[in-house]
Write a protein that binds this ligand. Structure first.
Ligand SMILES: [Cu+2]
Length: 117
């Protein structure tokens, strides 16, 4: 009886921790052709899914004053964009192939990813 409760609590805790780190905040499993990414201590959500083979757009809004995040780079698409603070910047892209594409800051310290499905 006690063991069952402890096991259940343990599993619930693991589930909550998993959700906290890998849940909706960090990574969305939704596929959409338009995303809003908040640039605040990193990229939120840190992973997005877009369809491949058609136009998509990502709007970055940086609210973090950290200059480290003022440039967003998507080298697979040869994109490098300055993100003025509190100003949404929309970047169009249309990955031809399925795959995982990196998003990172100008200094390659913060990372996100685009999953083309
Ligand atoms: Cu940086």
């Amino acid at each position: 009886m006690d063991k069952t409760i402890i096991t259940t609590l343990g599993l619930a805790t693991i589930g909550a921790i998993y959700w906290f780190f890998f849940g909706t905040k960090e990574e969305s499993r939704i596929v959409s052709d338009h995303w809003d990414i908040a640039v605040q201590g990193g990229y939120k959500p840190a992973a997005i899914r877009i369809p491949h083979g058609k136009p998509a757009a990502i709007t970055f809004t940086r609210t973090d004053p950290n200059t480290c995040l003022e440039e967003v780079v998507m080298s697979d698409f040869k994109i490098k964009k300055f993100l003025p603070i509190n100003t949404p910047v929309t970047i169009p892209l249309s990955p031809a192939k399925k795959g995982i594409y990196e998003i990172h800051c100008g200094m390659n310290m913060f990372h996100g990813k685009i999953v083309a499905v």
